[in-house]
Design a protein around this ligand. Structure first.
Ligand SMILES: [Zn+2]
Length: 223
């Protein structure tokens, strides 16, 4: 780190730390250092769920060891501040795929309010809030509720995942999104059931189209 960087670092320490490794050298603008960025395999790929009204679901990175560990820390170990570097990774995909021009509003896959109270935050909500703020896209933050307490999807197979999530989302304040194209944020896509169920609720309540965006996908994971 150069002399001026060191001075700036003393003045604004938060801004000069990689939030993934807490290293303070070779800082980049997106809270990710040059060492960590090499461990992230950017993919910007698409999954086609082939459901009426639902556009593509995009995901940003391959599900490698680094992403798996950091995502686990973000979701289950209280490292909520990781919404910043992860949010930057999602913004990169939005720009790369030209999604910004179509989207009227951004929203996120909700968790049950009891679960949110236990955890203190919903990681997908933090990501959506960050993207909304950075890109100036309106946020729909009280429009879909998770009304059923469900089992953790990662413990279930495809059929049980569908059963588990049946009728568990409910739309409210519908007038805010009628006719709108929505970008729905989640942290990970596996079978796509969560994205499908959530998108369906928006489409049934007259959103014009829903696109999905997740950080990563364990659908085609090879480990
Ligand atoms: Zn780092």
């Amino acid at each position: 780190m150069g002399f001026m960087d060191r001075i700036t670092n003393m003045l604004f320490p938060q801004e000069y730390i990689c939030l993934f490794c807490k290293g303070d050298t070779h800082y980049r603008k997106d809270y990710i250092c040059t060492t960590c960025i090499k461990l992230i395999e950017l993919a910007n790929r698409e999954v086609d769920l082939e459901l009426p009204g639902i556009g593509k679901v995009y995901y940003s990175t391959l599900y490698n060891r680094f992403i798996r560990e950091k995502l686990h820390a973000f979701k289950f170990q209280g490292k909520s501040y990781l919404y910043k570097p992860f949010g930057e990774i999602l913004i990169n995909t939005i720009k790369e795929k030209g999604l910004e021009t179509n989207i009227d509003a951004i929203t996120f896959v909700p968790i049950h309010k009891r679960k949110k109270a236990l955890k203190g935050y919903n990681q997908s909500e933090l990501l959506a809030m960050y993207i909304s703020k950075q890109l100036g896209i309106p946020l729909l933050d009280n429009h879909i509720l998770k009304v059923k307490w469900t089992k953790d999807q990662s413990t279930l197979g495809k059929i049980d995942r569908e059963k588990n999530l049946k009728d568990c989302f409910k739309a409210i304040n519908i007038e805010d999104f009628i006719g709108k194209e929505i970008l729905l944020i989640d942290d990970i896509i596996t079978t796509g059931t969560t994205m499908e169920e959530c998108s369906k609720v928006f489409i049934e309540n007259k959103a014009s189209r829903v696109h999905g965006l997740t950080l990563t996908s364990s659908r085609y994971s090879d480990d």
